[in-house]
Design a binder for this molecule. Structure first.
Ligand code: ADP
Ligand code: MG
Length: 700
């Protein structure tokens, strides 16, 4: 007997060729097929008398085929299938292109239902390439809201409809995992009804209710997952960093020495962190703020608190260059405090003993870390994977956390919890930092396992970067301007267009741009190329060269690191700017304007659409990453936001992230359930479901 678990090979009418194609869509069982939801519908529910149809309308008609035949066109070598269909009110011509097999299925005299757009042809009105089916059959492809699915080669929506429909009876065996009180309070369709309606809705309301129910499921599971992760993390022990009078004085002294005042956001963030670290359960906080908003300084204050309480701290950066940058900044800020700092990366091992900085061997550094003779360790992520042993690690800072999806985040947490030291029973407090601002409602879902602090304003006195939109025809002026900048000693970033479909194409286009600039535009300048297919070491070397001003122009794909401080770079040129989200463009822009010189961001675009121009103009008007991310969310949807796209959320959850009402509802219900029953003992079906969800997250 067929069940949800029956593999598709065993289903009737699915040949081996289709089995392979379906696997590409991730469909392996009958259940998978049922859970392959349409992403939209063709509204063919408008049945008309043939005499009532008008040009440009999408309609459905029923009638009898009067004649049908295939015709070869001589000029363009196409096969046309021409037909006339008639009902009591009149007749209409029908035409299909290059589908000669249609005449195998449809014959004169048959009654058919047709859905499609009405066009005007030489001899009157015509239905052009309509969907069709023989009347008396199920009413699957015409005359209703017709589901349209993600397809793959060989598997069309039509095929999917025909094979999903006969499995609909299986919905009866799907277990309802949502608690009854949640179903009732949120007024949700039951599971069986939702699945039937998502595929073959009675009307648009039915489709909407079904989508709400199924999106609720995914978001609810995501929220539950996040909160269980939070529970698990907080269930561990951490050392309490007591905010003593002595510590207060230390912090005051540190702040007085700074050549600037903290922003309000920084003050609030550091206060929250201090409060978090006073507890005996580990902190897990995310600090969100634009490039240059001063996240590192907040982290250093947290480090100060921990070190002054007698414990060690760790800062991890995604690249060696960033690690080196943090090392330099830490030495600068901590000079005169006796704090001992080590830098440990693949290629460097250095030690600052509170007064001076030296190279030491890696072994030596590892051994003094273990003995507790280093207070702050700075390194790349690879560092903890190599299992450095500490004496008493109480704080880990992870910079640029945004590149990790939910599953990598869970992994980082595990690794940090596993770091070896003598404090066997505790895990370090964890502070993550990201320069990818995400609107708050989204962050509550995507980062629902973390507490959130936001740096929403830039330190005072930052220069404004002059941003300009440049139509492709006006390149030359900009190239001349750039030439002058380089001649005065400045440096330039060139970002190549994003090509979603293919890394290889993206690398190719960057390589071509590199050649073009080197040979045609700036043969007299040093130009470097950076892309994602290069080895980490090659990338590091190239960045280093640029940082040391040994190249004038760095051409790069969109994959390169944020957060790198190159004060001498004053121009950010972005090719194909229309392909990027505003928040991402803003991040690119944040890489210039970090020194004393006036800086510029040029947005190149071939697009002539006024909508695109209006969108890009938002960058000229705003220099706030959160506002721009919010605009992206409204204009392009959540899936286009950097940091959300990589999150690893399931499709419907992702698509529903702009529905703040639904987010709120799922979050609340997940909280209520877990408060009532933290181990989900009373909800065995839900427990089973969330455990399998957790497994999926960790396998992907
Ligand atoms: P982020 O890591 O958020 O990109 P950084 O922490 O690297 O930003 O800060 C950028 C620069 O701004 C650093 O040189 C830092 O010392 C400085 N800075 C930090 N906070 C302030 C402030 N409140 N006022 C002025 N400058 C600041
Ligand atoms: Mg930073």
């Amino acid at each position: 007997m067929t069940t949800l678990k029956t593999s598709i090979e065993k289903l009737p009418h699915i040949g081996p060729r289709y089995v392979l194609c379906l696997k590409k869509l991730g469909i392996k069982t009958a259940g998978d097929l049922i859970f392959h939801f349409p992403f939209r519908y063709d509204d063919f529910s408008d049945f008309r008398n043939i005499s009532d149809v008008g040009v440009g309308e999408v309609v459905s008609v029923k009638g009898e085929i009067v004649e049908i035949r295939n015709v070869r066109t001589r000029r363009r070598r196409m096969t046309l299938t021409e037909a006339v269909v008639e009902d009591d009110s009149g007749a209409i011509q029908v035409i299909w292109f290059n589908q000669p097999f249609i005449t195998n299925n449809l014959k004169a005299g048959m009654s058919v239902s047709l859905s499609g757009k009405v066009a005007f042809a030489k001899e009157g009105l015509q239905l052009s390439s309509p969907a069709y089916e023989v009347l008396g059959k199920s009413g699957l492809h015409t005359g209703r809201l017709v589901p349209v699915y993600h397809e793959t080669e060989g598997v069309s929506s039509k095929w999917l409809r025909a094979h999903i429909k006969p499995l609909m009876w299986l919905t009866d065996s799907i277990e309802e995992f949502l608690p009854a009180e949640v179903l009732e309070k949120q007024d949700l369709l039951d599971m069986h009804e939702a699945i039937r309606q998502i595929h073959f809705p009675e009307d648009t309301t039915g489709a909407k209710l079904a989508k709400r129910r199924l999106a609720f499921d995914e978001l609810f599971l995501v929220q539950l997952y996040m909160q269980r992760q939070r529970q698990k993390w907080q269930g561990q022990k951490a050392v309490e960093i007591k905010y003593s009078k002595g510590l207060e004085a230390e912090i005051k002294y540190f702040l007085e020495k700074l050549p600037f005042k903290l922003t309000d956001g920084q003050k609030i963030a550091i206060w929250k962190i201090i409060k978090d670290m006073e507890k005996d359960s580990p902190m897990n906080r995310l600090l969100e703020g634009d490039v240059g908003s001063g996240k590192t300084l907040v982290a250093l204050l947290a480090v100060l608190a921990v070190v002054r309480s007698g414990y060690q701290a760790l800062i991890m950066a995604p690249t060696e260059i960033l690690a080196r940058q943090h090392f330099a900044e830490s030495i600068k800020r901590f000079s005169g405090t006796n704090i001992r700092i080590a830098l440990l990366t693949g290629s460097e091992s250095r030690f600052f003993d509170g007064r001076e900085e030296n190279d030491l061997t890696k072994e030596k550094i590892l051994s003094i870390i273990k003995k507790g003779e280093v207070d702050l360790v700075i390194g790349t992520h690879a560092l903890i994977q190599e299992k450095v042993s500490f004496k008493n690690l109480a704080l880990s800072v992870v910079d640029e956390q945004h590149r990790f999806g939910i599953e990598q985040r869970a992994q980082t947490q595990n690794e940090i919890a596993d770091v070896e030291d003598v404090l066997k029973m505790t895990v370090p407090h964890l502070l993550s930092m990201t320069a990818t601002p995400i609107p708050r409602t989204l962050a509550l879902t995507v980062y629902g396992d973390l507490d959130l602090s936001v740096l929403n304003e830039m330190p005072k006195g930052r220069q404004k970067i002059i941003t300009k939109l440049v139509a492709s025809g006006n390149r030359d002026n900009t190239y001349d301007f750039i030439r002058d900048e380089i001649k005065s000693g400045r440096q330039v970033f060139v970002i190549c267009p994003l090509i979603e479909e293919s890394d290889i194409l993206e690398v190719k286009s960057a390589t071509e741009e590199f050649e073009r600039l080197s040979k045609e535009i700036y043969p007299d300048f040093q130009i470097g190329l950076l892309h994602g297919k290069m080895k980490p070491k090659e990338k590091e070397d190239m960045m280093k060269k640029f940082a040391e001003n040994r190249i004038n122009i760095l051409v790069s794909t969109s994959v390169v690191e944020v957060g790198i401080d190159i004060p001498n770079a004053t121009v950010m040129l972005i090719e194909g700017a229309d392909r990027f989200g505003l928040a991402q463009l803003h991040q690119f822009r944040g890489r210039v304007g970090r020194g004393e010189y006036q800086s510029y961001c040029f947005l190149f675009t071939d697009s002539t659409s006024s909508k695109t121009h209006r969108r890009l103009k938002a960058l000229i008007e705003s220099d706030n990453g959160f506002d721009l991310a919010q605009k992206d969310l409204e204009l392009r949807g959540p899936g286009e936001l950097v940091g959300v796209r990589q999150s690893g959320l399931p499709d419907l959850a992702m698509a529903s992230l702009s529905d703040s009402e639904l987010i709120q509802a799922t979050r609340e219900e997940a909280q209520i359930v877990l408060e009532k029953d933290p181990d989900l003992k009373k909800y065995p079906k839900l427990l089973k479901k969330i455990e399998s969800f957790e497994k999926d997250v960790h396998l992907e």
